[in-house]
Design a protein. Structure first.
Length: 338
């Protein structure tokens, strides 16, 4: 019998990567396997969302003052559960929880990683069958091994990420993750229930055709942002525009498309909310890491996202992220004197 060994599963791939480092402990591989397992469980519930009583609001409001959906809670508990019972994670921070959680048992206190995640991003789209996703970010602890993890472990700048990724529950379910060595995408093969390597070594095209922004907020944006958006709709020799506008309102889906096809995603600050809507630790940092490893760029309009020193867990940031040449062009509008 001929077995096609060209398609590696997520586990096979992470183990293969680990074998290239003789001193590797396998903790990162086991962490990614745990995240993959939680993602498969969430995927099952997302797929039958219309059939069971899991749609709609849970009747509570999260720390950001937003309605919590039942699937948000389910996803949060799945990711927290696998990471707590695994052997590689000392604690977690979640967009759905007020504070970080220290696992504080002997195995966890000796684990070298902490994980931050948004369990179900774009959850406002659950009820209408639009793609949603999970976003995660992995850091090596700065606190002493053998003791419980601390707040400092979670408040590290994005540049310190060891790995980051997302799962998109879409027309097919995919997990994409980046380490410093590259970005790889795995599609869930329902016939064997495994994520299988479908998009090896993803590179973000330096030029793109798409711009993604909430146009409804146009008059709330600063002048430079408005001028750039107007420019996206014009044909110029430099940009080759006009670009196509695509905005799903589900960041995982919008950035995934732009990562694969080339494009720019923006969630600028507005007059009311100068730091916009998105969270630095759960949304901006992981995507900034992935896009930079893939050759793209990410800024808050003034500073590289990955260099921002977080001051609190649920900090927000304006975000501009995407293909390198489109980002360079955008920056000439944001910082005209630079
Ligand atoms: P959420 O974490 O509460 O789901 O919010 C984040 C989502 C992003 O996925 C998306 O890009 C953005 O909110 C859309 O916001 P808006 O409707 O203001 O354009
Ligand atoms: Mg979110």
């Amino acid at each position: 019998m001929i077995i096609n060994r060209n398609i590696l599963t997520l586990d096979e791939f992470t183990i293969q990567q680990m074998r290239q480092f003789p001193n590797a402990t396998g903790e990162l591989s086991s962490l990614l396997r745990d995240i993959g397992l939680a993602a498969k469980r969430v995927n099952v519930e997302v797929n039958k969302a219309g059939l069971v009583d899991i749609l709609g609001d849970a009747g509570s409001v999260n720390v950001q003052g937003e309605d919590v959906k039942k699937l948000d809670i389910y996803a949060n508990n799945q990711f927290m559960g696998v990471l707590k019972h695994g052997i590689s994670c000392a604690g977690i921070g979640s967009e759905e929880m007020d504070d970080f959680v220290v696992f504080d048992d002997e195995v966890s206190n000796n684990s070298k990683y902490v994980v931050l995640f948004d369990p179900l991003d774009g959850s406002g789209n659950i009820d209408v069958n639009v793609s949603i996703g999970t976003i995660f970010s992995i850091y090596k602890r700065v606190s002493t091994l053998g003791t419980p993890c601390t707040k400092e472990d979670f408040l590290q700048p994005g540049i310190k990420q060891v790995a980051a990724g997302y799962v998109i529950y879409g027309s097919s379910t995919m997990m994409v993750y980046a380490t410093r060595r590259g970005v790889n995408g795995f599609t869930l093969d329902p016939s064997i229930g495994e994520f299988s390597l479908s998009h090896p070594n993803i590179k973000c095209p330096p030029d793109g055709k798409f711009y993604s922004v909430n146009h409804g907020n146009f008059f709330q944006y600063k002048e430079g942002v408005r001028e750039y958006i107007n420019g996206c709709q014009k044909k110029t020799k430099e940009t080759g525009g006009p670009y196509t506008q695509r905005y799903i309102g589900s960041m995982v889906a919008d950035v995934h498309r732009n990562l694969i096809k080339g494009g720019i995603f923006m969630y600028p600050g507005t007059l009311d909310k100068p730091k916009g809507k998105l969270r630095l630790l759960y949304e901006a940092n992981p995507f900034a890491f992935i896009l930079e490893v893939a050759g793209g760029k990410a800024t808050n309009g003034e500073q590289r996202i990955l260099e921002i020193q977080p001051t609190k867990l649920h900090e927000r940031t304006a975000l501009f992220i995407g293909s390198k040449n489109m980002m360079d062009e955008l920056e000439t509008f944001l910082n005209p004197s630079a």
